[in-house]
Design a binder for this molecule. Structure first.
Ligand SMILES: *Cc1c(COP(=O)(O)O)cnc(C)c1O
Length: 402
């Protein structure tokens, strides 16, 4: 599918816009109240294919379907291979599970010391604050809990914050869900203030797809509230250049203008963004928006998503088509999030061909081989550490979690 013609189509804004006032359209709560969920909702916007109809009808009990009118307005009216449609509308293939597929592919539930905390790494943890999203992505790796009917309670949140308070190793709290930016601004303010009151919490991150699917939520008031609790970082989730509209770019830029660095965590999705041309356009479009590509995920082994995964060889070949061919500022790290909860593992093309004692053989992005001489000295470099870190307790980062 041609990326630039899709971008143009996206700008045209369909979706019977004349019937909604501009004021409603730009009201994020209106967007949430009017999310498209059913076959009837979607057929008002696009010509559903038979397969999409059947997917909508037969996957109802598996995982919620839903997208904001804004996001649906980016859908191609006729083509079911449209990347927005494929991220939103369930496929019948979700029904055929494989043994290797999991409800909880990242082993989060076995790394949950209290409800609402996933703690896998020594110095950082994930705080799960809400179970709702402004889109239910077909590749969602948290579909076992997101979009269900058991949102985290206030008591869960209290326990989770008490846990962070008691675990002095935690320096970095990643607020996620569901989508944390669906909480009211005052509720977010309250959570951020409680985290900020904990001395050992150094940075706070928010994981959200709101800039992509509900950009009207990102307003001056929200940005000022987040900025009160700096250092606050946002990681968002663009997967395709067609999502980089004037509105979504404005949302990201508003965050950045308030001193909130915005990163992007994309997921590699077969037939949706799995081409070098598409990924380059996405990464360049992001960096032009001042959004720094952070991760590119090889698909997780979530139940019902096998058809959305690329092979690992393809993922590596795609990464090889990015590195060196575009600004490294726009280069994400390709990772596999380990099944079972071992954390994110970088994968990628092999540039180091041979590691010799006196010489290293490498290849560059064009495949040209070079050699790099090792230094003569093999002992560790003399360091200033013993002076600078005198009396400072050593990092105890080998300690596991849960
Ligand atoms: C991804 C993740 C983090 C953050 O990992 P980074 O590599 O620092 O971005 C922290 N906790 C959990 C449970 C995660 O899944």
């Amino acid at each position: 599918m041609n990326v630039s013609s899709l971008v143009q189509l996206a700008d045209k804004r369909r979706l019977r816009r004349d019937e909604v006032t501009a004021r409603e359209w730009h009201d994020w709560r209106w967007q949430l109240r009017n999310m498209l969920k059913s076959t009837q909702d979607f057929e008002q916007v696009i010509a559903l294919s038979d397969e999409e109809r059947e997917g909508l009808a037969r996957t109802q009990d598996l995982f919620r379907t839903g997208a904001t009118p804004y996001y649906a307005s980016l859908m191609h009216p006729d083509r079911s291979d449209c990347p927005i449609r494929r991220q939103t509308l369930p496929s019948l293939q979700e029904l055929s599970f494989r043994d290797q597929e999991l409800r909880d592919p990242l082993g989060e539930d076995i790394h949950a010391p209290v409800p609402g905390i996933f703690h896998k790494y020594p110095d950082r943890c994930l705080l799960y604050v809400v179970d709702r999203c402004a889109i239910y992505c077909r590749h969602c790796n948290r579909r076992r809990i997101v979009g269900g009917d058991s949102p985290p309670t206030r008591d869960d949140l209290d326990q989770a914050i008490a846990y962070i308070q008691s675990e002095t190793r935690i320096r970095d709290v990643l607020i996620s869900g569901g989508d944390p930016l669906l909480l009211s601004t005052s509720r977010l303010d309250n959570i951020l203030a409680r985290l900020r009151a904990i001395e050992h919490v150094e940075i706070i991150r928010i994981g959200t797809r709101v800039p992509v699917v509900l950009p009207m939520r990102v307003d001056e008031e929200l940005c000022q509230t987040l900025a009160k609790h700096h250092p606050v970082f946002v990681n968002t989730h663009f997967n395709h250049p067609v999502e980089l509209t004037d509105e979504s770019r404005r949302a990201c830029q508003l965050l950045v203008n308030h001193g909130i660095p915005v990163g992007n965590q994309a997921v590699l999705l077969r037939g949706i963004n799995s081409s070098v041309q598409c990924l380059r356009a996405l990464m360049r479009g992001l960096i032009k928006t001042r959004v720094r590509p952070y991760y590119l995920f090889q698909g997780d082994t979530v139940l019902g998503t096998d058809h959305l995964r690329t092979s690992v060889e393809s993922a590596i070949a795609l990464a090889d088509g990015l590195r060196g061919w575009m600004s490294s500022m726009a280069m994400p790290q390709l990772v596999i999030d380990a099944p079972g909860g071992g954390g994110k593992i970088p994968i990628g093309p092999q540039y180091l061909l041979e590691l010799g004692e006196s010489e290293v053989r490498l290849r560059n992005y064009r495949g040209q081989e070079v050699s790099y001489p090792q230094p003569l000295a093999k002992d560790p470099a003399v360091s200033f550490d013993e002076v600078f870190f005198a009396g400072v307790a050593p990092d105890d980062d080998r300690e596991g979690c849960s």
